[in-house]
Ligand binder design. Structure first.
Ligand code: SAM
Length: 362
C-alpha cells in the first residue's frame, strides 16, 4: 500500500506536474484512475498534509498501485543481485555469459544456457525469478529451429519454471503486442543490455514521411508496421506467411486502434506482390537470415526515389562486399541504387552483425 493523492480528473495534470516538481510523486509506480473520474497519484517523500487544499475535492487514500517494471537504471544493481545468487553455483565467466544472454518478451524470460551449464538450468531460472519477480515464465532455448519452425523462425523453447504458457503481451514504443512464442517469431528489446530491434523500429518510423506507401515484408505479428503507423500518417501493407502470426497481427492492429492504417496480408511475398500490382515508397525487409533471396523482388516493387531497409547478417569486414552485391542485384532488376547508410541493428556472432542497409532506389 502506498499513500496517494486522489484528485479530480480535471486537476490531474497540474497536480502531477506540481508533485513532480516538488519531488513528491512516486515515479516508480503507475498512476491509477477510478470510474468516477478521479486520478490516483502515488506519493513519495515528505509531502505536507496541506497539498489537498491546493486541489479542490482531492483527498489522501492508501492504494495498492503497481510498481513499473524495472528500468535500465536499476538494472545494474538487480544484475549484481542475480550474480550474487549464482556465485556458489557457476564460475564468474559463466555467470557473465548467462546474465548477458537472455531475452525478455512480455513477462516471459528466455534463457540461452550452454550445454556445459545445463545441469544448473533450474538454479539459473530461480535466480532470474528472484531478481525479476514480474517475470512469470522462464523458458530456455532448446536446439535448433527446424521444419515449420525454420520457415516461420519460431524458437524452440522449454519452460523451466513458472506458469505453463508461452503466450504473453509485450509493450514497446507505446504499442501492445500479443503473441505466443510457441507459434510466432518475435524479437524483443532483447536482453536487458542491448537495445536491438525496438530501437531500430523507432529509427525507421522516424524516417517515414507523411503519405508514403509503406510495405513491410515478413511482417510477423506486426511490430514494424504498428510502430510506423502509430508515429506517422501513412498506410502500411504488412505481408506475412505464418497464419498464426497474421492472426496475432490482426489482434494487435485492433488493440492498438490501427485498423485504418495497417493492412495485414497472409501469404508469401513472392505471390502477394505480383497480385497487389502496387509499388512502394518504402520497403522494409526484416528477415536477415534469408533476405538476399528477396532483394531483387523488392527492387521490382520500389517506386523511383524509394528507400529499402534491407537487413542482413554480415561480417564487419565484408560491408563493402555486401554493398557491391546489393548494387549487382539492383542492376539485374534494372535499377540504380545508392546505399545511403549502414546501421548496426543487432548482434549475431563474433564480428558479424545484423546490419540494416538503407538503400535509395533511383
Ligand atoms: C525474422 S522473422 C521477422 C518477423 C517480424 N518482422 C519481426 O521483426 O518481429 C521473419 C518472418 O518472415 C516470415 N516469412 C518468411 N518467408 C516469408 C515469405 N516468403 N513471405 C512472407 N513472409 C515470410 C516468417 O514467417 C517470419 O514471421
Amino acid at each position: 500500500m502506498v499513500t496517494c493523492l486522489k484528485v479530480k480528473k480535471e486537476h490531474a495534470e497540474s497536480a502531477r506536474q506540481f508533485l513532480k516538481e516538488k519531488g513528491w510523486l512516486d515515479k516508480a509506480r503507475v498512476v491509477g484512475s477510478t470510474p468516477d473520474r478521479y486520478v490516483i497519484l502515488p506519493l513519495a517523500g515528505k509531502f505536507p498534509k496541506n497539498i489537498i487544499k491546493k486541489f479542490p475535492g482531492s483527498k489522501f487514500e492508501a492504494k495498492n498501485l503497481q510498481k513499473f517494471p524495472e528500468r535500465p537504471g536499476d538494472l545494474k544493481q538487480l544484475l549484481r543481485n542475480m550474480k550474487q545468487l549464482l556465485r556458489n553455483i557457476l564460475s564468474e565467466k559463466d555467470i557473465e555469459q548467462v546474465t548477458k544472454s537472455y531475452d525478455v518478451v512480455g513477462d516471459i524470460a528466455i534463457l540461452e544456457i550452454p550445454k556445459r551449464m545445463e545441469k544448473h538450468d533450474l538454479a539459473i531460472a530461480w535466480a532470474l525469478k528472484r531478481t525479476f519477480p514480474a517475470i512469470k515464465v522462464i523458458a530456455k532455448k532448446v536446439g535448433k529451429v527446424g521444419d515449420l519452425h525454420e520457415i516461420y523462425r519460431i524458437r524452440r523453447l522449454k519452460i523451466l519454471t513458472g506458469e505453463n504458457r508461452l503466450a504473453t503481451e509485450h509493450k514497446e514504443s507505446g504499442i501492445i503486442m500479443r503473441l505466443d512464442l510457441g507459434q510466432v517469431y518475435f524479437s524483443p528489446r532483447s536482453s536487458h543490455f542491448s537495445p536491438r530491434s525496438s530501437h531500430e523500429r523507432e529509427r525507421i518510423a522516424k524516417l517515414v514521411k507523411p503519405n508514403e506507401k509503406v510495405l513491410v515484408m515478413f511482417a510477423g505479428i506486426g511490430p514494424f508496421a504498428l510502430v510506423i503507423a502509430k508515429q506517422k500518417p501513412v498506410n502500411v501493407i504488412a505481408v506475412e506467411k505464418n497464419p498464426d502470426a497474421v492472426k496475432f497481427m490482426e489482434e494487435n492492429i485492433r488493440v492498438n486502434y490501427a485498423g485504418n492504417r495497417v493492412i495485414p496480408i497472409l501469404g508469401d511475398v513472392r505471390e502477394i506482390l505480383p497480385e497487389l500490382k502496387e509499388k512502394f515508397d518504402r520497403i522494409i525487409m526484416p528477415y536477415p537470415e534469408e533476405s538476399w533471396q528477396f532483394l531483387e523482388l523488392a527492387f521490382n516493387y520500389a517506386n523511383p526515389k524509394a528507400t529499402i531497409h534491407f537487413y542482413a547478417f554480415v561480417n564487419e569486414k565484408e560491408i563493402e562486399k555486401a554493398k557491391e552485391r546489393i548494387r549487382k542485384i539492383a542492376g539485374k532488376a534494372g535499377r540504380q541504387v545508392e546505399v545511403k547508410r549502414v546501421v548496426v541493428a543487432g548482434s549475431y556472432a563474433p564480428r558479424t552483425w545484423r546490419y540494416c542497409f538503407d538503400i535509395l532506389v533511383r
